[in-house]
Every structure is written in C-alpha cells, then in structure tokens.
Design a protein around this ligand. Structure first.
Ligand SMILES: [Zn+2]
Length: 87
C-alpha cells in the first residue's frame, strides 16, 4: 500500500482526513456526509427509508455495471481486430 501520504480534503469545510476509509469513500466526519456520488446516494437511502432513494442508488450501480460491460466489449473488439489482422 502506498497510501501513507494520501488524504481527503472535504470540499465543504476543508477538513483534511488521513483515514483510508474516508479517502476511499470521500467521507467527511465533520460534515457527516459522503462526497462520492454512489456512497452519498447509499447513505441517503439508508438514513431515510425512501424507496425512491434506494432506486436512485441502484440506478447508479446499474450505470456503472453497464459502462464496465461497454468498456470490456470495446476492448474485446480491439483485441479481435488485432488478432484478425495477424492472420
Ligand atoms: Zn466537511
């Protein structure tokens, strides 16, 4: 791990955190909020039992998964083209 010098500076209150979990989730303990879009959506969904918020959080997961699949398909297409050009 080379996270020794890393920190997360809160965009709202400028508090700096060296906690690896805070850095990963872009969480500010002073503001009690996440600045990562997905973590923030999940946090809101858990703190207020609202079905629409759960749906919003799940939609973010779905978008991320879809983007990953599209990216893999692109890479696969490139690899296939390279292999075909070598034949
Ligand atoms: Zn803050």
């Amino acid at each position: 791990m080379t996270t020794a010098n890393q920190s997360f500076v809160c965009p709202a209150c400028r508090r700096e955190s060296f906690n690896p979990h805070d850095i990963a989730q872009r969480y500010c303990a002073a503001c009690h909020r996440f600045f990562d879009e997905r973590s923030n959506a999940l946090f809101n969904a858990m703190s207020t039992p609202d079905l629409e918020m759960y749906r919003a959080a799940l939609r973010l997961d779905l978008e991320t998964a879809t983007q990953t699949v599209l990216f893999c398909n692109q890479r696969l297409g490139t690899i296939e083209r390279v292999l075909r050009s070598r034949q």
